[in-house]
Design a protein around this ligand. Sequence first.
Ligand code: GLY
Length: 351
Amino acid sequence: MGRTLAVVGGGVIGSMIAWQAARKGWDTTIYERDPAESASWVAGGMLGCMGEARPGEDTALDLARASARRWPDLLTALADPTIVVATDTVLVAADTADAHELATRADYLLSRGLAMKPLRGRDIRSVSPGLGSSVRGGYLAPGEGAVDNRALLRALRTAATQVGVTTRTRHVTDLDDLDADQVVVAAGVGAGRLWPPAAIRAEKGEILRLRRPPTAPPPPDNVIRARWRGRLVYLVPRADGVVVGATQYEVGVETDPEPRAGGVADLLTDAIEVMPGLAEYRVSEVGGGMRPVTPDALPLIGRLDERTVLAAGHGRNGIMLAPITAELVVDHLDDTVDPRWSATLDPRRFT
Ligand code: GLY
């Protein structure tokens, strides 16, 4: 079999796959439409394992943990100190129902061998001094950090280029048009257009980037994930401020990422209540994106036919899951994939 590879999609997952495949000897080309349209570009960059866990979704947690174990070596290989922006996460609650939800999650994680540290009011403010008076308590998820998604994308592209990957700006509408022995589809919600049976639906999210002026209080050192009167809001530090995310709702077949005013208003209200100093920050960007979501909250990773491998449907956790995804895809290309994951993540499991 020849060793030319086309990767459709230039987000974090597509770029990670291209980099790892080229390191294994594949002559690789990335085909991407507009990098600023990818979910990776608007993302917050949290490496969510405990923070994204939901009671009962054991396999999703196992997959996230497997990917978490691969991150340190990849970051060492990328050798870019601007990528990691936080190394711990603080989960906080506002009212009794929020606190109950967090406690349920902590109990579930403990049953799976992952301990979060409970933090009462005073403890929580010593870990994260800028939190507002409405924060009742929470948990520390040690070692659960975040990356600057855009720095990561740049570093991945540089690393990929250094091992011979080329990039073409092209909107691929038919995989037969690609001149390559093997094709990987890593196009997020766009994967459904290239392989219509894909069980992927779009969930829209708004996200903000706030810049800190010199006189304003500093951004948090940690990721802050708040369960806030039934809504979710997270703060992810950046060198120049903070990313505030994210709303989440179903949009069916529509793929219009333009932010809704109501979603932006909710994010700002909640973020400023969680961390009042953010009221002084400047709104430098209002963004929207589409999460590619599957019915069982697990991605679709595997062979569609002798020439094509799919890697899509990573929902809220695409950046976190990029390392294990890239490894599994390259194993599929080389026919060495772990059978446990190939059955569980088989893209045809719903069709
Ligand atoms: N990774 C968090 C989100 O999708 O909003």
